[in-house]
Design a binder for this molecule. Sequence first.
Ligand code: ME8
Length: 486
Amino acid sequence: MESPYYLTTPIYYANDVPHIGHAYTTIAADAIARYQRLNGRDVFLLTGTDEHGVNIERVAASQGVSAREHVDRIARQFDALWSRLDISYDRFIRTTESAHHRAVLALWQRLQASGDLYRATYAGAYCARCEAYYQPDELDRGLCPVHALACDTVAEQNWFFRLSRYQDALERLVRDTDFVRPTSRRNEVLAVIRDGLRDFSVSRRQVRWGVPVPEGTDEVIYVWVDALANYLTGVGYPDDSATFERYWPADLHLVGKEIIRFHCLYWPALLLSAGLPLPRQVFAHGWLTKDGKKISKTTGNTIDPSALAAEFGSDAVRYYLLRATPFGQDGDYTRAGFLRLYNAELANAFGNLVQRATVLAHRHAGALSAEGAACGPELELCAEAEKLDSRVTAAFETLALHEAVAAVGEFVTAANRYLQVTAPWQLAGTGDARRLGVVLRHTLQAARLAARWYAPIIPRAAAEASRRLGVTRVEVGPPLFPRYSC
Ligand code: ME8
């Protein structure tokens, strides 16, 4: 069997319905998963929902439903969205599953065995929306720095985790390896480490909706410890050791940049304490913004990805998200920008190439088998094709997803240019069947190659294009991407 590739998305809070920010990470993860499958890897893509914590308890109460009913409803909506967006996940994990409780408790017991848990009193700020503790100097004018919301004041005796013990190990990990990417995020994490790491509280007394601590102290395990453990549960920990050994450690945790503290500090420290291997990389991408503000439920500026997919198709949403912004940086969503990319690159470029290739091949089927020699324009096109393979591969390997999409787009442009230069529609009139055969074969081949490399990005259109461009029979169909007026 091919070597495994295990990647994860964050598990999203089941406090509210999904929005385009959640779709962004999940689509990126799906594109990487599909690329790795093309490479023959045995891929495991994990996503799911984070269903415990004080915020979920509160939201359910405010809606007059039980926490259980609430999370069941939201988890269904996430799952429905992933199916709408053609997300090829291997497992959808929910932290309320009993398998996950067992994993959290197994992890907790390892932390206890390492002597890294101790009792102490936490007094300070807690943001229920981030489910995070904040030091006074981390607050922004007294408010949570992520959500600009007032924090709870918490004062309780808890279990603490000895994060400070891992200061040096974490510094080495982040400084000397590719554990955190991109570099800007790595530097941010290094700065936090160099400021000095403080132990943090890993249990909550005022919260009921969670995994109870096994020591019977009437507390639940801190929701971030619970949530991070999903990456272990997802591949069989602790019950199915064959699956766990096959896929763990994860190759990639894909996350948004606001949760690097949890993934780049807490998570490796918990694993070091538990004596479990560390994931190979955490890649933190940027934020989708609208009018410069992070898209979030708290800001109230969300875009519904289901509605967008219903209007333009899932591929259009996937394409826009992966193409519009260099992966890693923030990007501002506008409907005009969406339509512009759609029309220029999907409808007029790729859609048009497939349409021209299939219509011409169908109309002049007799010329397809005519023997003839390649000349200048063909050699140029073949050189572009060769560059494409290495460019797309390099882009995916470094998670420059926008660059992978751009590379295919430029090849599509070269293929359309080739058609302009060779003008097969005129060749047909001259009766030069040999030359026409050469041009048609090269056009079909180029369109097939574009479809192959677009498959991780726009899987639906790419599969349909490949089918129509079949080696034994070419088929003409309606435009893959009908044009929309801006
Ligand atoms: O943080 N732009 O869940 P969450 C880009 N449960 N990505 C965005 C985004 C935006 N505007 N908004 C959300 C949690 N995201 C925890 C995670 S993991 C062990 C626990 C994406 O529902 C991005 O991936 O708040 C971000 O990190 C994640 O959704 C936060 O989702």
